[in-house]
Write a protein that binds this ligand. Structure first.
Ligand SMILES: *Cc1c(COP(=O)(O)O)cnc(C)c1O
Length: 374
């Protein structure tokens, strides 16, 4: 069989490192030489810089995005005997984190145009929760693929029912609603810093952001055994810390993030143009800024579409091939809204992600565009 050589990968975290190698190497050397490797000056500086960048007052680093979500729930006092509404069309981490906190997930369908939580179905579920479900005590909104969800509608419902909203910004570092960045718009927000994310460490990492200093204190203690002072647990916590080397790397990466997001948007505009009138270009939510963690289109004959691109040396991805409610670990036991996540299942069968990372060269972008035009 003729295996085509991939000349345009779908993602490339190594290129992200090489593009900033001198700065990152210097930051790593500084962290190593400091002699302090966990929760020190680099971590505190990253937290301060990240809070300012999101337009919040407090940020708390942790070990990964899944932990950030579980910590946010625990920080808000949500756990066993309470339900949390989120979507099935997301990284499984969003739902896993709800169960890590001891709470019960209830999965809401998506608006098929933007792939984010359908506020209509959320309203139906809040007004008439599935039988036997514990009280819905929080909502985790996912800004998927780099595009903000319909936060305004969802926040209005949350306010009506008196429950908090947590933003999962793991795919949307820098996305905006109006002139405001996501991550500063609700009680607390969570970001994965996994290497392929828009803001990616060179290892695992996560961070929470909030305007609530008391909540930030609680989160800071929860991530380290419930310590407010060393060796004394005020409550039961976990170990979920961001290390100094990753924090030093993230400070460098954060300083380039706006430019890199602009590059992602420019690549997306090229893809839009190449798709022309086909109707395949992804929809943008009005009044928001998409940061294209992924450039996702839908194709009814996805396998053939991917094979054609692969034959031209272009790799594609699927985010995500199986929705959470249909995965073996969750199938048949997770609560859902009245539509049983029908739009989610349809999307999962058709979505395909084109190559997308800021270091894509113009020639590679043109190679993708030529294949698309074909
Ligand atoms: C990546 C991701 C997570 C999980 O992050 P980890 O750092 O891998 O734990 C959570 N939610 C979404 C939407 C993600 O894309």
């Amino acid at each position: 069989m003729n295996v085509p050589i991939i000349t345009v990968p779908q993602a490339n975290p190594g290129a992200g490192y090489l593009a900033l190698k001198p700065e990152i190497d210097a930051a790593v050397a500084r962290a190593l030489a400091s002699g302090w490797y966990i929760l020190g000056a680099e971590g505190r500086a990253f937290e301060a810089e990240f809070a300012a960048w999101t337009g919040t007052t407090c940020a708390v680093g942790c070990a990964n995005g899944t932990d950030a979500l579980a910590l946010a729930l625990r920080g808000l006092g949500i756990g066993p005997g309470q339900a949390v509404a989120t979507v099935s069309h997301t990284a499984v981490a969003t739902v896993a984190a709800i169960e890590m906190a001891g709470a019960t997930p209830v999965l809401i369908d998506i608006d098929p145009l933007h792939y984010t939580m359908d506020p209509g179905e959320l309203m139906a579920v809040l007004a008439h929760p599935p039988k036997g479900l514990p009280r819905i005590s929080a909502i985790i909104v996912v800004h998927l693929y780099g595009q903000p969800a319909d936060l305004e509608s969802i926040q209005a419902m949350a306010a009506h029912f008196g429950i908090p909203v947590i933003e999962d910004c793991s795919q949307a570092h820098g996305a905006m609603i109006g002139e405001r960045r996501v991550g500063g718009l609700t009680e607390v927000s969570c970001f994965s810093l996994y290497p392929t994310k828009n803001l990616g460490a060179l290892g695992d990492g996560g961070v929470l952001a909030t305007h609530d200093a008391a909540l930030a204190d609680r989160l800071g203690a929860l991530r380290q055994y419930g310590w407010k002072t060393h060796y004394i647990s005020d409550f039961v916590g976990v170990n979920s810390r961001l290390d100094e080397i990753q924090a030093a790397i993230l400070r460098v990466k954060l300083s380039h993030l706006d430019a890199q997001n602009a590059r992602r948007r420019a690549i997306a505009a090229r893809y839009d143009a190449a798709l022309g009138e086909s109707g395949l270009a992804p929809a943008r939510r009005e009044g928001t800024t998409h940061v294209f963690h992924q450039y996702v289109l839908r194709h009814p004959e996805r396998d053939a579409f991917q094979a054609r691109l692969r034959a031209s040396g272009i790799a594609t991805g699927i985010h995500y091939p199986v929705p959470v409610h249909l995965q073996p670990a969750y199938r048949g036991r997770v609560a859902m809204g009245p539509s049983s996540c029908g739009a989610t299942a349809l999307a999962a069968g058709e979505v395909v992600s084109l190559p997308m990372y800021p270091q894509l060269e113009d020639a590679q972008v043109e190679q993708v565009c030529a294949a698309l035009a074909d």
